[in-house]
Structures are given as C-alpha cells and as structure tokens.
Design a protein around this ligand. Structure first.
Ligand code: ATP
Ligand code: MG
Length: 386
C-alpha cells in the first residue's frame, strides 16, 4: 500500500514532532498537512504543508479532511461535532466521540467515575448556590475548574476561604464549571499510553512531573516511587485505556496522594509534554507510537533504555520578543528547539533531554541539569549596535 496523507489539527511543537516522526515513515505516510493559524508554524518548519486557519474553522477542517486520508490532532480544543461530520471523508483518530468526552472535564470525570477509575470527588456547578453547597461538602481548599479549553492551570481557581467564593465565581464569567475536591498529593505522575486501531495497548513506564506555576517544568523518567505505586498506576492506566475508545497516544496525568492512593487528574487525547523524554530514552518515541497506533501498525517498544530527565525551556518572564539562540554541546544532552521566533513569558520554546550514561543515576542527572541551567536560559536578543 502506498503511503497515506496525514492531516494534523494544530501545528505547534507536538505537531512538529509528529511531523518529524512521520517523515521517517515514508512507506506509511507520503505527506503531512497541518491546520494552524500561525504562519510558518513549528510543524510547517519540519516539512508539513500548512492550511492557515483557526482550529475551529469549519471550512478549513473540511478542506483538511478532503485532502487527508487520516486526521489526528495535537490539541484537544478542536470542534468534535465538525470532526464527526467529516468522518466520511477521512479517518479520524482518536475518534471525535472520545475527544468530546475528554475535552470537557466534567464529562471526562463523569466517564471515569462511571467506569470505576479512581478520581477526586467532583460536582457540576451551574450557580453560586451549587458552589456554596459543594464547598460545604468538600471543605477548603477546593478547586473550581472551567469545564473546557483550560491549559497550564489557567482554567483553575483554588478557593481557600469563604471570602474567595464570589471572586472565584466571577473569575470565570459564566463559563461552564465544575468543583473538585482538593487532593493532598505528594507527587504528580503520568503514564503515556497507546492503543492501535486493532486494540493493542502499551504503556510507557511511570514518570514524575514537576510543575512550576501550573506549567510542566521537568519530567523525571522513571518516577522515583516504589514498585507498588508504579504497578498500581500502570494498572489504572491500562484500565482507563480499556474503557476509552479510539486509537492513538494518550497522556494520563495522575496524583500520588499522601496515603499512596493513585487518582487520575486528567487525560489528554494526544501526545503529551511528559512523554518528550521518549525521543531519546526509548526505542519508539511517543510520536512514532502515536502514528503506529493510528495507522494500525504493531506498537513499538515502550522500554525505558536509561533514566532520562526532560526539562522545558520556557520564555523568560522579563521580556517578549526575539531571543538569543541556545547552544549546548554536552554528551548525552539533547536540545530540541521548536522554531518559535518570539519568546513570551512562560512560552514553551524547547526542551532538553538528559540521558544517563551507563552507571549514572537520576541524582547524577539532576546535578548535571543544575550545572547547565544557565546555558539554557532564554535571553533577550538585542539589536546589533551600529
Ligand atoms: P494543564 O495544561 O497542565 O493540563 P489544566 O489547566 O488543564 O492544566 P489541570 O490539569 O486540571 O489544569 O490542573 C493543573 C494543575 O493543578 C495540576 O497539575 C495540579 O498541580 C493542580 N490540580 C489540579 N486539580 C487538583 C486537585 N483536585 N487537587 C490538587 N491539585 C490539583
Ligand atoms: Mg490539563
């Protein structure tokens, strides 16, 4: 069979790394087209053809479907109804039904609850009165969350006391909301899981995620937890994959509570930032795995060859604008920049993977990361002096 044409909704760094993986499989994928509103988006720099339009532009999605044999996405905010309507023109993975459930946190949590997957208690909020009642039930602190289109914690409001209730409610300007019990966690972890169109499921080993200001900063692979905890998390990830329909890679974020319980925080129906370590740590990266899954190929190995730390390179809080190129040449340190011209505070501009050499431990990697942090700081590019 000749290679198929792959359409991707979203051409940011995830779309870019999917494109790069696809280019290495020319016998399976002959061409990549991305839909993204930003001209010269990261994926187009990696060789994808681009349709420049908003992710939710119905006409553009139809055009993408007409031009592609198979569609996938790197963002979960796509319009699942529009995607459903073009399913006849192109295969779509993960399925629009799964996207619809996942992109609404309340529907997602309801789905997980109904399937007996462990999560924190939650309720839907449609009025201030609901909120008062929910807080009475859950106590403080508690998290008020926007049901849709949240990222980097921007859809969350932590309510610490009665005085903050009104402020939290007003913050969301009548968006659809849910309230969730606060989880006292000792660690955040995640599992990158894949299922192919034939139902084969594989999960990468559990990793540990460190967030700063709600943004993922660092992923440590494997997570520094007991075997019991990693086995338990893996089982929960597998149970989740068994009930969730659709092919592709999924990022399953979880909490390890102070009582060593595992609760799912949320699922992303796509490749995930906490899986970037697989580019070097594993035989099959999450990007190749995603393609193998949606194309119905056998899934590749998920074995972690060596401990690896992924560190995100984020835009400096001090400026918005062009930045100095980052140069680093250290053995076993792999820099990946996403080709974004402009830095903005906290914008994800790239990442580094630090891979352990024979005999090196996670602690050694943490020391090494400390030593190179200055070299991978984003610094403003000043116009050359005349
Ligand atoms: P992201 O883009 O990182 O996925 P998001 O906006 O979708 O973020 P969540 O994933 O719901 O938001 O939460 C972001 C962070 O807030 C979590 O990583 C966790 O640190 C914290 N958090 C979320 N829910 C809870 C909870 N119920 N209890 C305690 N902390 C929580
Ligand atoms: Mg989230």
């Amino acid at each position: 069979m000749l290679g198929r044409i792959l359409g991707i909704i979203g051409g940011g760094q995830l779309g870019m790394m999917i494109t790069e993986a696809a280019k290495k499989m020319p016998e399976n994928i002959s061409k990549i087209i991305v839909l993204d509103p930003t001209k010269n988006c990261p994926a187009s720099q990696a060789g994808a053809e681009q349709i420049i339009a908003d992710f939710k532009d119905e006409k553009a999605i139809q055009e993408l479907a007409e031009k592609s044999d198979i569609i996938t996405y790197e963002i979960e905010s796509g319009d699942s109804d529009v995607l459903k309507s073009v399913e006849g023109k192109s295969e779509i993975n993960p399925s629009p039904e799964t996207l619809k459930i996942i992109q609404d946190k309340f529907l997602q949590k309801t789905f997980l609850f109904e399937n007996k997957i462990p999560i924190a208690e939650f309720i839907q909020i449609t009025s201030l009165d609901d909120l008062q009642k929910g807080i009475k039930k859950f106590g403080y602190p508690v998290l008020l969350k926007a049901r849709r289109d949240a990222y980097d914690g921007r859809g969350n409001f932590k309510i610490n006391s009665q005085e903050e209730i009104q402020k939290a409610y007003d913050y969301f300007h009548k968006k659809n909301l849910m309230l969730e019990k606060f989880v006292p966690f000792k660690m955040e972890v995640s599992v990158i899981a894949a299922r192919n169109t034939r139902g084969q499921i594989k999960t990468y080993p559990l990793v540990e995620n460190i967030h700063e200001d709600n943004i993922l900063r660092e992923t440590i692979a494997p997570a520094r937890v007991s075997k019991e905890i990693s086995d338990k998390s893996e089982k929960i990830a597998k149970d989740t994959m068994n009930v969730l329909k659709g092919a592709g890679v999924f990022g399953i974020e979880m909490f390890v509570t102070v009582n060593d319980e595992i609760l799912i925080n949320e699922i992303a129906p796509r490749v995930h930032n906490s899986g970037h370590h697989t580019l070097q740590s594993s035989e099959t990266s999450q990007f190749e795995q995603h393609l193998r899954a949606i194309l119905g190929l056998d899934l590749g190995s998920v074995k972690l060859a060596r401990p690896t730390i992924m560190y995100n390179i984020l835009g400096s809080r001090k400026f918005k604008g062009e930045y100095q190129p980052i140069k680093i040449s250290e053995p076993n340190v792999y820099l990946k920049m996403y080709g974004k011209k402009i830095s903005k505070p906290q914008r994800k501009l790239g990442h580094v993977n630090l891979v352990a050499k024979e005999g090196e431990t996670t602690n050694d990697l943490l020391q090494k990361l400390k030593a190179i942090k200055d070299k991978i700081q984003i610094k403003e590019l000043f116009a050359p002096q005349k």
